[in-house]
Design a protein around this ligand. Structure first.
Ligand code: COA
Length: 172
């Protein structure tokens, strides 16, 4: 896809990030990935938090390190975000997997999630992850179509959480 790229948080301007989050908040939807929600009101401090989380510093017990990227266009507008978990844990094996992504409400159905996942697979490979697990709720066709068009092969074993069926896909 022309004109869009995945960048590290440090390459995103504070204004563009805040505008992105504001749109999610206005939609009253849960912001995904959760890792893209800032914990600090100070943006530079937040960039540092994300950098540390990538090294496994300051994350809760039992959590794994992860890398956050934003999808931006040529005008530096933030279109979506992706969080790549470096390792799987028992809970992530069931729900969460390696890669979680979201596209801002106003920019959906334009192919951005498909592009985010495609670019994320390169990043995962750079991180040494060769078998990528991606999970999605059975009632989220936008997400499972994204996974399937990126070569996701459904694991015969689904998971379940709070009565919701969770599809589990592998990309090798
Ligand atoms: C799911 C989500 C990431 C899809 O993003 P998107 O940018 O709209 O997806 P794309 O434009 O790349 O579309 C991918 C495919 O899904 C289809 N699709 C997208 N949204 C859809 C919807 N609400 N219902 C049905 N199909 C949908 C598209 O038509 C496309 O199908 P195609 O490959 O056959 O053409 C986005 O809706 C989102 O951020 N949702 C909230 C967070 C979330 O659910 N993240 C995934 C967690 S696993």
């Amino acid at each position: 896809m022309e004109g869009v790229q995945l960048v590290k948080p440090s390459q995103v301007k504070e204004e563009a990030y805040l505008e992105y989050i504001k749109e999610w908040q206005a939609s009253e939807e849960e912001i995904i990935p959760h890792a893209s929600i800032s914990k600090s009101k100070n943006y530079d401090e937040q960039i540092d938090i994300w950098r540390k989380e990538e090294q496994g510093i300051g994350i809760p017990e039992g959590w794994v390190s992860g890398s956050l990227f934003f999808l931006v266009n040529g005008e530096e507008k933030v279109l979506g975000a992706v969080h790549i978990r470096h390792k799987l844990t028992e809970p992530l094996l069931k729900r969460g997997g390696h890669i979680g992504y979201g596209v801002r409400p106003g920019e959906r159905k334009k192919g951005y999630a498909t592009e985010i996942l495609k670019l994320s697979l390169n990043e995962a490979r750079n991180l040494g992850i060769n078998e990528v697990l991606i999970t999605c709720d059975d009632d989220n066709p936008g997400s499972y179509k994204t996974i399937e068009s990126n070569g996701g092969v459904r694991d015969p074993e689904d998971a379940e959480e709070n009565g919701v069926l969770i599809r589990r896909y592998w990309i090798r």
